[in-house]
Design a protein around this ligand. Structure first.
Ligand SMILES: [Zn+2]
Length: 98
């Protein structure tokens, strides 16, 4: 199924083909087995995390497994680091000119 994933570098959502057939955002029964919205593998919903990057049109996160969530977090940190570094670079350039 087609899901939207936030691209930190482009700052926009990108559609991607998820292997998930049965993803979920919320389950009252945490023992219900659902598919990770990213890798499509099945997990108990109680063992899943709310995705930071795979959202529906309302901006709500789909459930993802712990390893996909870890990758998402690392990607976000990396993107933030790059952003901060680019700001620093801009500041340094400004200082050079003055
Ligand atoms: Zn996964």
């Amino acid at each position: 199924m087609k899901l939207s994933k936030w691209n930190y570098k482009k700052h926009e959502y990108e559609e991607f083909d998820s292997h998930a057939v049965n993803p979920s955002m919320y389950e009252a029964d945490l023992d219900k087995v659902k598919d990770c919205a990213n890798c499509g593998k099945s997990f108990k919903f109680g063992d899943m995390y709310t995705s930071r990057v795979i959202h529906n049109e309302m901006g709500l996160g789909w459930g993802v497994c712990s390893s996909c969530y870890e990758i998402e977090s690392n990607t976000e940190e990396l993107a933030n680091e790059e952003l901060v570094n680019s700001w620093k670079l801009q500041d340094e350039n400004k200082n050079d000119r003055s």
